[in-house]
Design a protein around this ligand. Sequence first.
Ligand code: HEC
Ligand code: HEC
Ligand code: HEC
Ligand code: HEC
Length: 115
Amino acid sequence: MMKKSILGALALSALLAVGATAPASAAEMKAAGPHASLPCDTCHKGGEMKAPAKETCLTCHESYAAVAKRTEKMNPNPHFSHRGEPDCSDCHSMHAKPRFECNDCHTFDIKMKGE
Ligand code: HEC
Ligand code: HEC
Ligand code: HEC
Ligand code: HEC
């Protein structure tokens, strides 16, 4: 029920956006950087407009080990720590500012792109 009405509202705002100035159009919700051209339901399966679980990110990004390899020169490695394998969206964002969660407790000299 709830989901359906959210979907309806989104579809409506997408229609309005064709006109011109609808504020929260789907186009303005495009995901960040290289994800901008992805269909919304790549991440929002079944119209769930919230951060997807890490499994969704990992369909393309492979595994925590693979992303840890990409940041292996960072100290500490944000993808390999005593925190294990949290959801990517604990730190990364697709429509808003990212947030380096480790610094809730630490003072590492690390900033996320766009933070
Ligand atoms: C449909 C495939 C796909 C999915 C799903 C996906 N990505 Fe990506 N992502 C890419 C591609 C392609 C790139 C660009 C090439 C690269 O850096 O690997 C990229 C790049 C990135 C980058 C580096 C570039 C940047 O913008 O800083 C981050 C961080 C990232 N993705 C995080 C995520 C997170 C978090 C999720 C889940 C919410 C996710 N991705 C889901 C395909 C995907
Ligand atoms: C504890 C915070 C945190 C979590 C959780 C996290 N990342 Fe990252 N990630 C970072 C930081 C910090 C960087 C480096 C700065 C930046 O790119 O914003 C980064 C960079 C990346 C990059 C770009 C690496 C490059 O080549 O420059 C990708 C891709 C990426 N993360 C994907 C993911 C995916 C996929 C997940 C979940 C499986 C994930 N991250 C979980 C903090 C995190
Ligand atoms: C690569 C994955 C990805 C894609 C593609 C994506 N989103 Fe998202 N979406 C997220 C994540 C992660 C969040 C959680 C909040 C954030 O990171 O900004 C989110 C949150 C949202 C929210 C909730 C707003 C909020 O602030 O909590 C809406 C609405 C939304 N997305 C709409 C869209 C629309 C419309 C599209 C297609 C044009 C889209 N998203 C494409 C990952 C994605
Ligand atoms: C909820 C709080 C909390 C969060 C969030 C957290 N840590 Fe920690 N971390 C700790 C505590 C407590 C210790 C043990 C402190 C000590 O005695 O050295 C620790 C120790 C460490 C150490 C070894 C000691 C040091 O400071 O060099 C590293 C490295 C580390 N954390 C990295 C990370 C990374 C990377 C993240 C994010 C992915 C993270 N932590 C998130 C609480 C946290």
